[in-house]
Design a protein around this ligand. Structure first.
Ligand SMILES: Nc1ncnc2c1ncn2[C@@H]1O[C@H](COP(=O)(O)OP(=O)(O)OP(=O)(O)O)[C@@H](O)[C@H]1O
Ligand code: SF4
Ligand SMILES: [Mg+2]
Length: 324
């Protein structure tokens, strides 16, 4: 349903010239499936989501590649036509739930309005549907809650309201960028279950960003790993956990304890992600990569069969380190 290929995002900075927080994003999400987008802070995950969802900040634009959604390239359509497709079919939820809610309207009004705009229902139908959706996302006593305002809700309740708002118009694609990061572990798991249920019953595709590899194993079928603005590996979850091919992916996974607990966080690897305006020549991971060769430092590897690495599939250092 969503096939992004070699998408780049350029920001025209007021000072210092243009930068590309996303250099090459290639990923696909299908109906009824969840793709997790992972990678350290600053790798371009949010910019990728914003670009797909049509929510890039001013001065930022998709500068290369394709964003095929249901056979139409959103990056090539006239901007207004692309936004129309997105308004109708793509919904986004972010970490800061309250930022997406209107403080002076009741929760029920906001969800009903989203139902009305997208599904063309009457006011009364939309109000009933809003209450039903608020119940569906697990708000107790949804009829009363629908009449309340965002400031009367807890963080977790607002997050649920945001999800109700996002799915109100039956989107075909839901983008959730760290939508649960601010919540406690139990609530995170509940909300991810909820998103999974909605995905299955509505046939949505879900693109989900997280720092938490435990959540990936629980909630996604496919993974895309991003490093310094590029997707460097994509694979089904089981394959990626069983046999990671990119040295960066191995690094992320290798510091996880065996049978990682659900709350396991993204591991730290020696070194840091280079700033986007100071990328090294060749493979951007080379300065941190134990397998880097002269070829790596000279030429950025293309993404082929889900892997962007000159030497990725040849050896797995974790296996070499394991006692015989
Ligand atoms: N307005 C801007 N001008 C210049 N650079 C920006 C701007 N906004 C973001 N960036 C840079 O773009 C890069 C990608 O940022 P992005 O927010 O997509 O990362 P991320 O992977 O979502 O990180 P995190 O895990 O911390 O959310 C970062 O290096 C960031 O500093
Ligand atoms: S291309 Fe080379 S430097 Fe980059 S990840 Fe692969 S082995 Fe490491
Ligand atoms: Mg982000």
């Amino acid at each position: 349903m969503l096939h992004v290929s070699s998408m780049a995002v350029t920001i025209d900075r007021r000072r210092g010239g243009p930068v590309r927080p996303v250099r090459e994003a290639t990923l696909a999400v299908e109906p009824g499936r969840t793709l997790a987008l992972v990678g350290e802070s600053g790798c371009g995950k949010s910019m990728t989501c914003l670009a797909i969802g049509g929510l890039l900040p001013r001065r930022a634009r998709i500068s290369a590649g394709q964003v095929m959604f249901d056979g139409q390239d959103l990056a090539a359509l006239p901007p207004e036509a692309a936004q129309q497709v997105r308004r109708r079919h793509i919904a986004s939820v972010f970490q800061d739930a309250t930022g997406g809610l209107n403080p002076v309207r009741t929760i029920g009004w906001q969800v009903a309005e989203a139902v009305r705009l997208r599904a063309g229902a009457t006011r009364a139908e939309a109000a009933r549907e809003a209450v039903r959706l608020l119940g569906r996302v697990g708000l107790p006593d949804p009829e009363t809650r629908a009449r309340e305002y965002p400031h009367q809700f807890s963080g977790g309740m607002n997050q649920r309201a945001m999800i109700a708002l996002a799915v109100a118009g039956n989107p075909r694609l839901l983008i959730a960028d760290e939508a649960t990061t601010a919540l406690d572990v139990t609530l995170q798991a509940q909300i991810l279950d909820l998103i999974g249920d909605l995905r299955d019953s509505l046939g949505m595709a879900v693109l989900f960003v997280t720092h938490d590899l435990g959540l990936v194993a629980q909630s996604a079928e496919d993974v895309a790993v991003m490093y310094a603005g590029r997707v460097v590996e994509t694979a089904p979850v089981a394959d990626l956990f069983a046999a990671p091919r990119h040295p960066y992916t191995r690094g992320l996974l290798s510091a996880l304890p065996r049978n990682a607990a659900p709350e396991a966080r993204l591991a730290t690897i020696d070194g840091v992600v280079p700033p986007i305006d100071e990328l090294p020549a060749g493979c951007a991971f080379a300065p941190r990569c134990l397998q880097a060769t002269d070829l790596c430092r000279a030429t950025d590897p293309a993404l082929e069969r889900g892997l962007a690495c000159h030497h990725g599939a040849t050896s797995d250092p974790r296996k070499e380190e394991a006692p015989a």
